[in-house]
Design a protein around this ligand. Structure first.
Ligand code: B12
Ligand code: SF4
Length: 618
């Protein structure tokens, strides 16, 4: 089920609205000495192909964006902790500025859901008098906000609020809280007052719990779908967030200082930057178009050039990755950004001589922009990740075909841009086919490599929250509950495990993925890449082979056991969409917009509102 869209014309914030809010908060923030910790949940079991390097060497943009927003709003006592770098971090032990922080935030993707919950649970162990306001956000809560609340009276824990939106939602919440915050009162107490007074109900993009017992959600109130920021130049500068990173370490607590400027570039080898959002395709398995409410949003070329320049000059960062859904989505916009970057000078040299970057596009749009690929290289682009999925377009038609894909790969290679195809393996695709149509997985991998692919991503198609086909994956019995007695856990939803299939021999699918990687990344190819590289970029081909082989060892170690279970069975399937156990409602008692089918009270029946218990109140 896709996220609903706001009424036509009301999807976006008014121009200047975020800028004005940032300004107001700076004035308000001066009067409040807030300390905030923002944790990025990361399940280390997800460290395997194709994300081995990026998952630890590219601090996620989401937590950094929230950190930037906090610093920009006048809260310098903010620290960002990445579980990627600080696996033992325990919120119950954190101190910032010598005290328990006023706010603890956690950001998570769905696959890191288990660690996200563990962080929230641990934060709940802080004694009630000092407990921070707990806010959960990120792609996990955007689609499944209920998962950060417990509905079990025997196991009470939970965030105070889940944010189902971006920076504007969080800052709006803080503005409301700080406008009524009194000296000596904990921010969590202020939050409870605001919640009980209905003051949060006018901020679309929140889900909060109500109940008579603390940390037990008897019902969840959903304030609706966020308004999106249209002009991304209004966002706080990413340089701010980088200055808040906790240095990597094995401690459970926080260090005295954030990572110094001189070490930021060393640990953040790749800088993930928001450049654009949105995609004009409408693939049934993808939540992106609905999340963006069919809007396309972008930063200007000047702003992007400034972000790259500052990150380079202040932290020595040279490699960037655009957090784009489809950078070539809008031709005019893409060409405008590329032209600006191509003409940007950094220290007397063209930007491309100092920095390199890559991003995600589609085959169809890359072909449409084929005359601008030289410009793309001049702008510093050296690699493009492309959702090829299935070259024969049997799984999904989005303008790709064997010829189009081969042509694009050839063009990119000729322009000195590394093609990085991403494929989706599916039930009806065999490992190998003989004959004219290269339908088999290995046939396609072979063609891609021949055409110049430098890296490869092969993931099994897996139900994605917020996509059109999500609900059916459960009602049709496609999604597994457990295999051979092992439950399917959130970290297994990354596409590396076969967890949803109607194939009679799903273990074959699991092994097919390994075979495809092994065919692409192997010692022989590594040696050939050293002498006859596919890329004009010095050692890019051999480097990716080396990285791929080391990632493949991890992938085999983590997924081979699953293949054995798939072979031996039994496979138990889910029949219902994973939905909230607590009833959900909108602020006016109607259906909650973030509820999935099967949610009590979420499909039109207004839930009765229990009277909330305010901690400390008699
Ligand atoms: C770049 C990217 C990657 C990079 C990430 C590298 C890195 N370390 O940063 C790579 C290529 C490695 C990657 C891998 C994967 N990705 Co990815 N990726 C993206 C992409 C395109 C951009 C992410 C980004 O930087 N966005 C910009 C930031 C600013 O946005 P954000 O993180 O959503 O944060 C905003 C809000 O969510 C909110 N927010 C975030 N945290 C918090 C916290 C609080 C407290 C609050 C209040 C708000 C808040 O405010 C932020 C600012 O606006 C997104 C799609 C997208 N456009 O966002 C997918 C996306 C994050 N990826 C996704 C997936 C599924 C994956 C994979 C599992 C692969 C797959 N099967 O597709 C792997 C997992 C790897 C791993 N082990 O973690 C999904 C996640 C879905 C979900 N429900 O969790 C997304 C959303 C795409 C989609 N399908 O919709 N990915
Ligand atoms: S082309 Fe990619 S981003 Fe666009 S809808 Fe399809 S899968 Fe999603």
């Amino acid at each position: 089920m896709e996220l609903p869209r706001r009424a036509r014309g009301d999807e976006l914030l008014k121009p200047g609205e975020l800028t004005a809010l940032r300004k107001r908060l700076r004035t308000l923030g001066r009067k409040h000495d807030l300390a905030t910790v923002i944790a990025c949940a990361f399940d280390h079991r997800t460290r395997m192909l194709p994300f081995v390097y990026a998952s630890t060497r590219m601090p996620p943009a989401g937590v950094r964006a929230i950190g930037s927003a906090m610093l920009d709003a006048g809260f310098p006592k903010t620290r960002i902790v990445l579980q990627q770098w600080n696996p033992r971090f325990r919120p119950s032990r954190m101190r910032l500025d010598g005290r328990v922080p006023d706010v603890f935030m956690v950001s998570a993707m769905q696959i890191h859901g288990a660690t996200c919950i563990e962080l929230v649970r641990d934060a709940c162990r802080i004694d009630p008098a000092h407990r921070p306001l707990i806010i959960a956000g990120g792609p996990k809560t955007i689609y499944e906000p209920w998962d950060v609340f417990s509905a079990d009276p025997h196991d009470p824990w939970g965030a105070d609020v889940a944010v189902t939106g971006e920076e504007f939602v969080l800052l709006s919440l803080l503005e409301v809280l700080l406008s009524i915050h009194t000296q000596g009162e904990s921010l969590r107490m202020t939050f409870i007052r605001a919640r009980e007074g209905g003051m949060l109900d006018g901020i679309p993009g929140l889900v909060y719990a109500r109940g008579t017992k603390e940390d037990v959600a008897e019902e969840l109130v959903d304030t609706g779908v966020q308004r999106l920021l249209g002009d991304l130049d209004e966002l706080p500068h990413p340089v701010l967030g980088y200055r808040l990173l906790e240095p990597p370490g094995r401690a459970t607590t926080l260090g005295a200082h954030a990572l110094p400027d001189s070490r930021i570039g060393r640990y953040s080898r790749i800088g993930g930057l928001v450049l654009t959002y949105g995609c004009h395709f409408n693939c049934p398995y993808c939540p992106i178009p609905a999340y963006n409410q069919r809007q396309f949003r972008a930063k200007s070329g000047e702003r992007i050039a400034d972000e790259m320049f500052r990150l380079y000059s202040e932290f020595g960062m040279r490699y960037f990755f655009g957090a784009d859904d489809n950078f070539f989505n809008n031709e005019a916009r893409a060409v405008d950004i590329l032209s600006t970057l191509a003409h940007t000078q950094v220290g007397g040299l063209r930007l491309r001589k100092r920095m390199r970057w890559g991003t995600e596009v589609t085959v169809h749009d890359a072909l449409k922009l084929k005359d601008h690929l030289r410009l793309a290289r001049d702008a510093g682009i050296r690699a493009l990740w492309m959702g090829v999925e299935d070259m024969t377009a049997t799984l999904i038609k989005k303008g790709q075909s064997v010829d189009a894909t081969t042509e694009v790969l050839g063009l990119l290679r000729a322009r000195g841009i590394c093609p990085m195809p991403m494929m989706m393996h599916h039930d009806s695709q065999p490992l190998l086919t003989v004959g004219q149509t290269p339908y088999g997985l290995l046939n396609q991998v072979r063609l891609l490599r021949k055409a110049g692919a430098i890296s490869l991503q092969v993931l099994m198609i897996t139900p994605a929250t917020g996509s059109r086909s999500y609900e059916e994956a459960f009602t049709s019995g496609l999604a597994y509950r457990s295999v051979g007695g092992r439950t399917v856990e959130p970290h297994m939803l990354d596409g590396n495990f076969v967890v949803a299939s109607h194939h009679p021999k799903p273990w074959r699918k699991q092994l097919n993925i390994l075979a495809a990687y092994l065919y692409f990344y192997n010692p022989l190819r590594f040696l050939v890449a050293l002498v006859r590289p596919k890329s004009r970029l010095y050692l890019a081909d051999a480097g990716m082979q080396a990285l791929g082989m080391s990632g493949l060892v991890k992938t085999i170690r983590r997924t081979l056991g699953w293949a054995v279970r798939l072979r031996l069975g039994p496979i138990r399937r889910k029949s219902r969409v994973p939905a909230s156990k607590a009833p959900m409602r909108s602020v006016d008692g109607g259906p909650a917009l973030h509820a999935l089918p099967g949610t009590p009270g979420g499909e039109g029946q207004p839930a009765s509102a229990p009277t909330a218990r305010v901690p400390g109140a008699q």
